[in-house]
Design a protein around this ligand. Structure first.
Ligand code: ATP
Length: 376
């Protein structure tokens, strides 16, 4: 838990301009001590520039960065209590693992015996015990990335900055390293600040995520809050997959609301919405929150029918696209008004994907608390 902890990094009204390009636009946020903080956003949104300003490789055009209570304006990168792990594994090709990991300690004048102990400890942490004498070209990409991590960890920085640390790894290794990095961060307790454009990576590792769009923070929240309560259409669409329909707020009471969506029909919600009556809004509905009714009389069909809340939030359409992904099948369903809605259905049994096929007429429903109403 990071709740209530003191900020270790305070970013105060920071902007960065490169000529006419505003890479970072008046960002203010706090990163708490001991948390795994992720800067997430599409290519070019400014996340790397923000990380590089924390590291000291770029200076803000405006604003202030405070690390551990100290203003960093005049502090060069090598004097900051941070260490950066780069996207391309920054290891020396001509040094073995021990020498690579111990390099920073050796040049800072720490004794050989102490260096040896710290290196052994760091290698254990990244699960590279036994690799001490290997040269980088005798290691896989994932192992080299662990060497780069150990090289930074051994310096015991207050903050570890990671620039797309897993982007060069294949999908399977990346998924495994996501778990390992989160576990490692938990063990060492150092604040991690990571940059990524990969939402799975952000959701799986972070304690909190700042979603960046065009140099600004679109939302800052823990992963589940970003996913379940996105603050705007950009976040809803960037984090996960979503159906978005434009509509108009027609009922807004404290515990219920309704939105008229020309593409989808009248959507009922069992919670209030902050927005003026008649306002233009957007409905965001995740594909996995939509139940496809199984045709026929089976148990699943009856259960689905009972779940449908007295005719509300029901829609009908025709299957126009299917994509079998193993664990789930995605269906693109053309609604009666012509719009397409995507539904994701888990394959709970081996034959679930056989329940539907192209051009089937289907009905679907969703719970009244599933749609999110967005004002921008
Ligand atoms: P990516 O994921 O592609 O690395 P990013 O979100 O990290 O993207 P930045 O690298 O921070 O984005 O770049 C933000 C904007 O600033 C981009 O428009 C980029 O072209 C511009 N930019 C970054 N560095 C410089 C520079 N040194 N000189 C000029 N423009 C720059």
């Amino acid at each position: 838990m990071t709740e209530g902890k003191q900020p270790i990094i305070e970013i105060r009204n920071v902007s960065k301009r490169f000529g006419k390009v505003t890479a970072v636009d008046n960002i203010s946020l706090d990163i708490r001590a001991g948390e795994f903080f992720v800067l997430l956003g599409p290519s070019g949104c400014g996340k790397t520039t923000l990380l590089r300003m924390i590291a000291g490789f770029e200076m803000p055009t405006e604003g202030q960065i405070i690390i551990d209570g100290q203003d960093m304006s005049l502090v060069p990168p090598n004097k900051r209590p941070v260490n950066m792990v780069f996207q391309s594994y920054a290891v020396f090709p001509h040094m073995n693992v021990t020498d690579n990991v111990g390099y920073g300690l050796r040049i800072s004048g720490i004794s050989k015996a102490e260096t040896r102990d710290h290196v052994a400890e760091a290698l254990e942490l990244v699960k590279l015990g036994g690799f001490e004498d290997r040269m980088p070209d005798q290691m896989s990409g994932g192992q080299r990335q662990r060497v780069a991590l150990a090289r930074s960890l051994v310096m015991r920085p207050k903050v570890l900055l990671l620039d797309e640390p897993l982007s060069a790894l294949d999908a399977k290794l990346r998924a495994q390293m996501q778990f390992e990095l989160a576990d490692l961060q938990d063990k060492v307790g150092i604040t991690f600040v990571t940059v990524t454009h990969d939402q799975d990576e952000a959701l799986s590792m972070a304690s909190r995520v700042a979603v960046i769009n065009k140099g600004e923070v679109a939302q800052l929240a823990p992963p589940s809050e970003l996913y379940e309560y996105p603050a705007n259409c950009f976040v809803a669409d960037f984090v996960g997959s979503v159906n978005i329909f434009e509509g108009r707020l027609t009922l807004d009471e404290p515990d219920k609301a309704a939105v008229d969506c020309p593409g989808l029909g009248k959507i009922y919600l069992n919670h209030g919405v902050t927005g003026p009556h008649g306002a233009n809004v957007w409905i965001a509905l995740r594909p996995e929150k939509i139940y496809l009714h199984v045709p026929g009389e089976g148990k699943a069909a009856r259960a689905a029918a009972q779940d449908a809340p007295d005719g509300h939030n029901l829609a009908r359409g025709t299957i126009k696209g299917m994509s079998y992904l193993g664990d789930v099948t995605l269906y693109d369903i053309q609604l009666e008004g012509g719009h397409i809605i995507r539904v994701s259905r888990p394959n709970l049994s081996r034959h679930d994907q056989e329940d539907f096929t192209w051009d089937d007429k289907v009905s679907m429903h969703w719970r009244a608390d599933s749609p999110v109403v967005l004002l921008s």
